[in-house]
Design a protein around this ligand. Structure first.
Ligand SMILES: Cc1ncc(COP(=O)(O)O)c(C=O)c1O
Length: 383
C-alpha cells in the first residue's frame, strides 16, 4: 500500500506568484521591462553580487559567460565529467574542446589534482560545478587557476544558497551561472542568472544576450535605431519569468532552512544503514545549498540500483540520479572524442550506483521518515 507520494521536485507557488504573473499580463510590456531589472537587483542583493544579468536559462548563461571569457575554436576548457551535459555543451557551442576530469570520491566535486594535471597550453578556462550544492574547495582551485592565469566559471545550477564563509557561489571565481528550472531551489519555469564582479564580463553578456545590439532599449536615443556590434543571441529572460523570480526569491531563505533540516534528518537516518555511503561536506566554513541527498550503494550494479529505485517508486517515493552518466559517456561525446566507458571511474560510481533523494521544501519531517523507512524495506527486499 502506498501511504505517501514523495515527489523528487515540486515548485511551490502561492498567490504572490499568481498575482505577479497576472500583473504582467494586464499590461503590455513582456520583455525589456522593469520586472527583469528588479529581479536582477534582488538576486544581486541576495548573493552580494555587484552585477547580475538575467538570461533565458543556465545553459544560455554558461554559453555567454564562456564567450565573455573569449573562449573560441581551438581552446580547451576544463570541465567535470560528473555534471549535467549543459556544462560541456556550452564549451562545444564555442567550438572549443571540453577536457573532462573525474570526481573526488568523497564529495563528488571535481578532483583538483586531475584539474592541475589536465592543464595544457591550449587551456583557457576552468569550469566547475558545485555538485549537489556542496562547494568546490575554491581556495585550492584558485591557487591552481592563478598559477596558470586561468579564469574560473562556476556552474551554480544547484547552488542557490551555497557559500564559503560569507561569499556566495558564483562570486568565488570570475563568473557564475544559476538555473531556475522547475526542480531547482527556486523557479521561473525556464530561466537563469549570471553574476560577476567584472564589469567587462557583465557588459559583454548584456550585449550578447540581446543579438549583440549596441544599445539596450532604454538607452536608445532614437526609437528603433541601433547598431549590431557582435554575433549575439536571443537569450533574454521575459517579464513573466522575472515576475515569478522576484516572488520565488523572497521564499528562498525559508526554502533553504527547510532543505537543511530535511537533509540533516535524512542524513542521520541513512547514515545508520550499512549498505549506504553518503558524500562529505565541502571545505571548512562552507554552506551547502542541500540540493538533494545522494546515497551510494557500493558494489551494486546499475541494474540493481535501478531495481531499488523501482521498489521505492512502487511505494510512492520518487527519486532521481545526478547525473545518469558521466558526460563523456554520452553518445555525442563518446563518438566525437572516442571516450571509453572505463574512463572516469569515480564519476561512473556516482552515475551508476547512486540514488538521489529529495530534501526539498515540499517535504515534511513525516515524508523524510517515510522515505528512510521505505529505503530500509527496499534494501531488505533487494538483498
Ligand atoms: C549542473 C547543471 N548545469 C546546467 C544545467 C542546465 O540548466 P538550465 O536548464 O537552466 O539550462 C543543469 C540543469 O539541471 C545542471 O544541473
Amino acid at each position: 500500500v502506498i501511504e505517501r507520494t514523495i515527489e523528487f521536485g515540486r515548485p511551490i507557488f502561492g498567490d504572490e506568484e499568481r498575482q505577479a504573473v497576472l500583473r504582467v499580463l494586464n499590461q503590455t510590456m513582456l520583455v525589456h521591462g522593469p520586472q527583469t531589472r528588479q529581479f536582477e537587483e534582488a538576486f544581486a542583493k541576495f548573493t552580494g553580487a555587484p552585477l547580475a544579468c538575467s538570461v533565458a536559462s543556465c545553459t544560455a548563461g554558461l554559453h555567454l559567460a564562456l564567450l565573455a571569457l573569449d573562449i573560441e575554436e581551438g581552446d580547451e576548457v576544463i570541465v567535470p565529467a560528473q555534471t549535467h551535459t549543459a556544462t560541456a555543451h556550452a564549451v562545444e557551442y564555442c567550438r572549443a574542446t571540453p577536457r573532462f576530469v573525474d570526481s573526488c570520491p568523497l564529495t563528488g566535486n571535481m578532483d583538483l589534482q586531475q584539474v592541475e594535471d589536465s592543464i595544457s597550453e591550449r587551456t583557457k578556462a576552468i569550469m566547475l560545478v558545485h555538485y549537489l550544492g556542496v562547494p568546490v574547495d575554491m581556495p585550492a582551485l584558485k591557487k591552481i587557476a592563478s598559477a596558470h592565469g586561468l579564469p574560473i566559471l562556476e556552474d551554480c545550477a544547484l547552488a542557490v544558497g551555497t557559500r564559503i564563509g560569507s561569499t556566495h557561489a558564483g562570486l568565488l571565481g570570475d563568473v557564475g551561472c544559476f538555473s531556475f528550472y522547475p526542480v531547482k531551489h527556486m523557479t521561473t519555469a525556464e530561466g537563469g542568472m549570471v553574476i560577476t564582479q567584472s564589469k567587462s564580463i557583465a557588459d559583454k553578456i548584456t550585449k550578447l544576450r540581446s543579438f549583440g545590439l549596441s544599445r539596450t532599449i532604454e538607452k536608445r536615443e532614437k526609437a528603433g535605431i541601433y547598431d549590431v556590434e557582435m554575433l549575439g543571441f536571443n537569450y533574454r529572460m521575459n517579464e513573466l519569468e522575472a515576475a515569478l523570480g522576484i516572488e520565488q526569491l523572497k521564499r528562498v531563505p525559508s526554502f533553504l532552512q527547510k532543505r537543511e533540516s530535511n537533509y540533516s534528518d535524512l542524513y542521520h537516518r541513512l547514515n545508520e544503514l550499512e549498505e549506504v555511503t553518503l558524500l562529505h561536506e565541502g571545505p571548512a566554513g562552507s554552506t551547502s545549498s542541500r540540493y538533494c541527498l545522494s546515497a551510494i550503494f557500493e558494489g551494486r550494479s546499475e541494474a540493481e540500483r535501478d531495481s531499488l529505485a523501482k521498489l521505492l517508486k512502487e511505494r510512492g517515493v520518487g527519486t532521481s540520479v545526478y547525473y545518469p552518466k558521466p558526460v563523456p559517456h554520452f553518445t555525442y561525446y563518446k563518438e566525437k572524442y572516442g571516450y571509453d566507458e572505463s574512463l572516469f571511474p569515480e564519476a561512473s560510481r556516482l552515475s551508476y550506483s547512486s540514488i538521489a533523494f529529495s530534501v526539498g521544501p515540499h517535504l515534511s519531517p513525516e515524508d523524510i521518515e517515510y522515505t528512510a523507512s521505505m529505503l530500509k524495506d527496499a534494501l531488505t527486499k533487494a538483498s
